[in-house]
Ligand binder design. Structure first.
Ligand code: GUN
Length: 292
């Protein structure tokens, strides 16, 4: 293997250490940052994300308010819960784990979150502010990806970044961050309508795979020396494992790490950074509420 493995866990730990200091200072002046986490249903991946977010909150000295609702809950029940958290001064951030069950409108639920508590950066107000370059909560995964690229020592200025995926949560906001003047990458976006994806990905100095397709990116699709960021978290059947499955990213790690200059692993790459940037936004929100 020739690529440097970008250690997301280590970077996340460093940032969480700095956040813990800010949490201590806030607590000393009477404000404990609080994050409300709403999970509807029992999707196993969502349960494990939410558990990790709650644990990270506790470890950072923050308070988490957990509400796990049954998959049969109504849209009105979820909206009412969000409104209650909007009104609760002990709550500085609200996270509704997506996806929601099909009978619940994600748009209505997200639109209900007060923008000042939207630490996921999902509401139209925060997305609009991000596009305009105004102060706002940046969406956690794209923000974490930018930090990982910086940590890898890869210069973004004038680099060609190729983003594979156009979700509202990762692909679209990431493109916007990459073209900011202080980052200054040139961006190509690949999606399900792209013809000859390999042609585009082979041009990438920085390649971000966020398509949700297991091991979509293979070694022949990567420029030698590229920085490869793998956002995928996919469960694939594996009868050799006690659980019957294993996690893989959107990148064929074994093959691509022979070609790339640097690469994030799955797990231990983007995932810990997403959670860390969520804590970061919640601390910022609490500092604002405390008038700091
Ligand atoms: N589902 C997958 N990723 C995320 C995320 O970053 N935030 C929320 N709320 N739901 C998700």
């Amino acid at each position: 293997m020739s690529a440097i493995v970008i250690d997301g866990k280590k970077l996340a730990g460093d940032i969480r250490g700095q956040l813990a200091e800010r949490v201590k200072a806030l607590a000393a002046s009477g404000t404990v940052p609080g994050l409300a986490v709403i999970l509807v249903g029992e999707d196993p991946a969502s349960v494990s994300y939410v558990t990790a977010k709650e644990r990270a909150c506790d470890e950072a000295g923050m308070k988490s308010f957990e509400r796990r609702l049954s998959a049969q809950s109504t849209e009105d029940e979820v909206v009412a819960l969000v409104r209650a958290f909007n009104a609760d001064p002990a709550v500085h951030g609200i996270l509704v784990q997506l996806p929601l069950p099909k009978h619940i409108s994600e748009k209505r639920v997200i639109d209900t979150i007060h923008p000042d508590k939207d630490v996921d950066g999902f509401t139209p107000i925060n997305i609009g502010k991000m596009l305009l370059g105004e102060p706002c909560f940046l969406p956690c995964t794209p923000h974490g990806i930018i930090k990982l690229i910086e940590r890898a020592g890869v210069s973004t200025k004038g680099a060609h970044a190729v983003v594979v995926g156009r979700s509202n949560i990762v692909g679209k906001p990431l493109v916007n961050l990459l073209i900011r003047k202080d980052i200054n990458a040139t961006v190509t976006v690949c999606h399900t309508g792209t013809k000859d994806m390999g042609y585009h990905t082979r041009q990438a100095d920085i390649l971000v795979a966020c398509a949700g397709v297991p091991e979509l990116i293979t070694a022949d699709m990567v420029k030698p020396g590229a920085c490869v960021i793998d956002v995928g978290v996919n469960r694939v059947d594996d009868p050799t494992k006690a659980k019957g499955w294993r996690l893989v990213g959107d990148v064929d790690f074994r093959g691509v790490s022979e070609v790339a200059g640097s690469i994030t692993p799955v797990p231990g790459g983007v995932g810990p950074m997403t959670i860390t940037m969520l804590l970061f936004n919640t601390v910022e929100s609490a500092e604002r509420a405390a008038g700091k």
